[in-house]
Write a protein that binds this ligand. Structure first.
Ligand SMILES: Cc1ncc(COP(=O)(O)O)c(C=O)c1O
Length: 433
């Protein structure tokens, strides 16, 4: 880097520190100026492989030419409307989504994941006439009131009361079980027993991510969602699945819940539906929609059913289906998982590799006198220096799980490069004894 670049860099960070409110720890010390496919580039042309698909969203890679063309066309033709007006892209996308989940043919389009979960929770309270909401204690559903009240992974302190009637139960963690020798079914049954003792008889809904991503890429075991569904049914609770990260092909199926054959009462989609642009959806059944309408359901926002993001969502679905990206996520995910398991064999600090499709987690474990939090942070920093962006999530006792979720369009060569860079980063932090 020449002096001019260093000065420019210094000025950039001085201005950033002066004017940006920090909302979640430190900023990453890499400043992208452009992005294309699986790579980010800074102003000097240095490239970084993006193994988090932006914020776990850009399933088509960055600046996909067809998405660029769709945005250009939509913004020049039909951008934003009065919230009670509907337009062709909105009805087309709702119909396309309903085609994918025929049991949930009624759709509302919003902007963010938190907003979609907010609407889902409000819908569940209204139609059940109850108000207790249950989530997993490792969950992340968003930053707005109702979604934040159901989020237990982080953010519960310092903001006064969250919604009354918020309950959490632990999601099973096969790598670090809470109690040795206790099956997930026993843990689930016991959790509902505790819940029944605490509930005032107003259980409205359970909200669940099929894979708890921010919670450490915890994959719910086969049979779990069916058992959860049965517990909800027995109490008259609705079941909400939040497929912000797992939806639209990421896990190797169009939706993660398809593996379990359990259809929720309400499904929320966000991040991957807009492939990086702000679009979310709430989907529900005809019966719930009818009940909600009879009870004057209100969720009136500025950007509800806006045509521009709807046009993007429609194009995303078209590309994912046309290019077989869900099936590709299975094949690419298997290649990536094999590479990560190779790292697990070579490096004692890699404790576990888990996930489905192209949503994978690599959990570090304390090794050679270094704790897992130190190792995971140092490996992330080293990886970025070497040209790979991935991020660490921590949950409870877990020292750090690296989330690895490249775009579904990732090539074999990019997968191999990512594994190679991660190998080098781990070797740099934990040289072989
Ligand atoms: C599973 C899940 N749901 C909801 C959200 C919130 O989405 P947003 O940040 O778009 O509000 C997130 C964000 O990370 C998430 O991972």
């Amino acid at each position: 880097m020449n002096d001019l670049a260093t000065d420019t860099d210094h000025m950039f960070w001085t201005r950033a520190r002066r004017h940006l409110l920090r909302y979640g720890g430190d900023f990453v010390p890499f400043v992208p100026a452009r992005a294309e496919g699986s790579f980010l580039y800074d102003a000097s042309g240095r490239r970084v492989l993006d193994f988090t698909s932006g914020q776990m969203s850009a399933i088509l890679g960055h600046c996909h030419p067809e998405i660029v063309a769709t945005v250009r066309d939509a913004v020049g033709r039909l951008d934003h409307l009065f919230s009670s007006m509907v337009s062709a892209p909105v009805v087309d996308l709702a119909e396309a989504l309903a085609g994918l989940v025929p049991d949930l043919p009624r759709v509302m389009l919003l902007s963010t994941g938190g907003e979609a979960n907010e609407a889902a929770i409000r819908l569940a309270k209204l139609v059940t006439g109850k108000w207790e909401i249950v989530g997993f204690t490792q969950s992340w559903h968003g930053m707005t009131g109702g979604a934040a009240s159901a989020t237990y992974k982080a953010g519960r302190r310092g903001i006064g009361p969250l919604a009354a009637g918020s309950f959490g139960i632990p999601a099973p963690n096969a790598y670090r079980p809470r109690f040795a020798g206790v099956s997930w079914r026993q843990e689930l049954d016991d959790s509902f027993d505790l819940l029944d003792r605490q509930s005032t008889g107003n259980l409205a809904a359970f909200i669940a991510e099929p894979i708890l991503s921010s919670g450490g890429v915890l994959v719910l075991p086969p049979g779990y969602l069916a058992a959860l569904h049965a517990h909800c049914r027995a109490r008259g609770m609705l079941l909400i699945f939040d497929e912000a990260q797992t939806g639209v092909g990421r896990t190797g199926l169009m939706f993660a819940f398809e593996r379990d054959g359990v259809v929720p009462d309400i499904l929320t989609l966000s991040k991957t539906l807009g492939a990086g642009l702000p679009l979310s959806a709430v989907m529900t059944s005809d019966a719930i929609a009818a009940e909600a309408e009879a009870r004057d359901f209100l969720f009136y926002t500025t950007h509800v059913n806006d045509p521009l993001p709807a046009a993007v969502g429609l194009k995303v679905l078209e590309i994912v289906i046309r290019d077989g990206l869900a099936a590709k996520a299975q094949v690419s995910g298997a290649r990536l998982a094999a590479g990560l398991r190779g790292l697990q064999q070579r490096h004692a600090c890699v404790g576990d590799v888990r996930g489905r499709g192209l949503l994978l987690g690599l959990e570090f474990t304390a090794t050679a006198g270094k704790d897992a939090a130190f190792i995971s942070d140092a490996v992330t920093d080293a990886a970025l220096e070497l040209g790979l962006s991935a991020n660490i999530v921590r949950a409870g006792a877990s020292g750090g799980t690296m989330r690895i979720a490249p775009p579904l369009t990732v090539s074999d060569a990019e997968i191999d490069l990512g594994v190679e860079l991660l190998d080098a980063a781990i070797s740099r932090v934990m040289p072989a004894a």
